[in-house]
Design a protein. Structure first.
Length: 289
């Protein structure tokens, strides 16, 4: 079903703490492989104002450069970053956060996430480590240095551990999500608890874009296979974090409100056989795909 309206950047969701968050972000993983800020500059030009980075990505300084040079004020952007597995633990979080602020040339973050629930597969004391890490996140939040805090790659049993004695409820959980790997149990768990799901790798791998169902739906709605994957997230209230190095593709990825998929097609995508999984799982060694 074609519609006239297109995505506007001012369109937002309201997180469980009242903070407004844009409905789509630009993912910066590998966006600075050329060791420059060119991709982030293009994303700003294309219309993105929400950027997702992480200490592990090594894109924080390039994002800061792109924002500084674009002539727009800091408060026009929603900036999220994540602390890495080696930065977990109360004091480590404080140091990691200071480095991230310095890299991003800002005095606050809009969103800060724990990147993974375990520092390594089989780590026995993960429950204690996660709670200690979360306490540091809560302190930074209550000091006004972060507008919202959340998780990344946490499954229901990991989140339960946080919820048992937290002062501040996680606002988001960022997971791998796309047709062929939609992690329905985690999505259901979070949505029932008003924790906003975000989708990394929202178009999966190229295998997903070549899936017969995805290509069929792209033809049906007159859009690209990537737009079908992104709409699969948006139509379920999930924030996609697409990435691209082409400004035309960046703009295309923002055009998600010009069509609406039938509910039947959403269910077909949600029950598609597994495809495009990264091989990443928080409790296990990465699977070579």
């Amino acid at each position: 079903m074609k519609k006239d309206n297109v995505l506007k950047q001012e369109e937002c969701y309201i997180l469980n703490n009242g903070v407004q968050i844009p409905v789509i972000a630009f993912g910066t993983y590998k966006a600075a492989d050329g060791k420059n800020a060119d991709v982030m500059r293009m994303a700003i030009e294309a219309g993105y104002r929400y950027f997702d980075t992480a200490s592990f990505y090594e894109t924080e300084t390039y994002l800061a450069e792109a924002i500084r040079e674009c002539g727009r004020s800091r408060d026009e952007f929603f900036i999220a970053s994540k602390l890495w597995k080696t930065e977990m633990g109360y004091e480590n979080v404080k140091r990691a956060f200071s480095r991230t602020l310095e890299n991003l040339e800002t005095d606050y973050l809009d969103l800060y996430l724990i990147h993974w629930p375990l520092p390594e597969p089989g780590y026995r004391e993960w429950k204690q480590l996660d709670r200690e890490t979360w306490r540091a996140m809560e302190d930074l939040y209550e000091e006004g240095k972060i507008r919202a805090i959340g998780l990344s790659n946490f499954l229901p049993h990991h989140i339960d551990n946080i919820l048992k004695d937290c002062r501040v409820k996680p606002a988001v959980n960022q997971i791998e999500y796309h047709p062929g790997y939609s992690q329905e149990a985690t999505v259901y768990y979070c949505q029932e608890r008003n924790i906003r799901i975000q989708a990394w790798s929202p178009v999966g791998r190229r295998r997903v874009l070549e899936e017969p169902l995805v290509k069929e739906l792209a033809g049906k709605y007159g859009v690209s296979p990537a737009q079908i994957c992104l709409k699969f997230a948006v139509q379920r209230g999930i924030i996609p974090l697409p990435k691209s190095s082409s400004i035309d593709r960046m703009k295309e990825n923002l055009d998600l409100y010009s069509f609406e998929m039938d509910q039947e097609d959403i269910w077909k995508l949600a029950t598609m056989p597994q495809a495009g999984w990264s091989g990443e799982h928080p409790d296990r060694v990465r699977v070579a795909i």
